[in-house]
Design a protein around this ligand. Structure first.
Ligand code: IPE
Ligand code: IPE
Ligand code: MG
Length: 239
């Protein structure tokens, strides 16, 4: 049984939900079955986060690089996302969770955008919990978009180059004002960031588990948080 210190729950957990394809392959099933099973993990992890009071959850659902996958897989994922939003939005209401998106949501098919915008609007007044879905998201693109917006302000004479601070960059990211992730979990054992939250992860504690995303459930989340609670965050200091 996991013993968590309620005073040291990470405020923001970010997850690279990886391994759906391998989960399906291990069972001789098409990859989309892995994505379907992964949707159930999303539901359970979201619930568990509310239970232990993780305030912010950011889920890497589709990267800007994932568009190169075979068309049927991409469209299968989009359909699944649409269905998830339609069938599971009541979970967000029940748990008073506000949904937002980071990434180029405009790249998504119209039907998905419509469903997303509906849930975003309907949950906009909730303040208890926050769910961010990273969709058509890339960390380098996010920083590039921020640099472009800042350059435009300089060009317009609204900002002096000398006044550009770290906070200026942070304020031009997709979700300004959100605390940086304290804990970043990656499932399926890959030891890489894959273009996720490059700016925001600078001092996140990293936790990689071999568990494939469709198998990742509440006990796995609690285990990750327990490991986090044993970490000693130094932020470059010596204490
Ligand atoms: C993660 O699982 C889901 C997405 C990237 C959309 P994968 O589809 O990457 O699964 P693996 O890594 O091939 O097992
Ligand atoms: C990262 O997983 C993206 C998501 C989980 C949405 P990938 O499977 O795309 O990452 P790589 O290709 O293994 O780096
Ligand atoms: Mg993968």
């Amino acid at each position: 049984m996991t013993e968590l210190d309620p005073a040291r729950i990470p405020r923001h957990v970010a997850i690279i939900m990886d391994g759906n394809g391998r989960w399906a392959k291990n069972r001789g099933m098409p990859r989309i079955k892995g994505h379907q099973a992964g949707a159930e993990s999303v539901r359970e992890v979201l619930k568990a986060c509310r239970k232990i009071d993780v305030e912010y959850l950011t889920l890497y659902a589709f990267s800007s690089e994932n568009w190169v996958r075979p068309k049927p897989e991409v469209s299968g994922l989009m359909t699944l996302l649409q269905k998830f939003l339609r069938d599971q939005s009541h979970e967000l209401h029940d748990n008073q969770v506000r949904l937002r998106v980071i990434g180029h949501a405009g790249d998504l098919p119209g039907a998905v955008r419509k469903e997303l915008n509906r849930v975003i609007d309907e949950t906009a007044h909730y303040t208890r919990g926050h769910l961010f879905l990273a969709l058509s998201y890339g960390g380098r693109t996010e920083i590039t978009d921020a640099v472009r917006a800042i350059a435009q302000k300089v060009k317009a004479g609204e900002l002096e180059p000398d006044d550009i601070k770290e906070e200026t960059v942070a304020q031009h990211l997709y979700a300004p004002g959100i605390p940086d992730p304290d804990l970043m979990i990656r499932t399926s054992g890959e030891m890489r960031i894959s273009n996720f939250l490059l700016w925001q992860l600078s001092y996140a504690e990293l936790y990689v588990t071999d568990v494939l995303w469709p198998d990742f459930r509440e006990p796995d989340l609690l285990k990750a948080i327990e490991a986090y609670q044993h970490r000693h965050r130094r932020y470059g200091g010596i204490k």
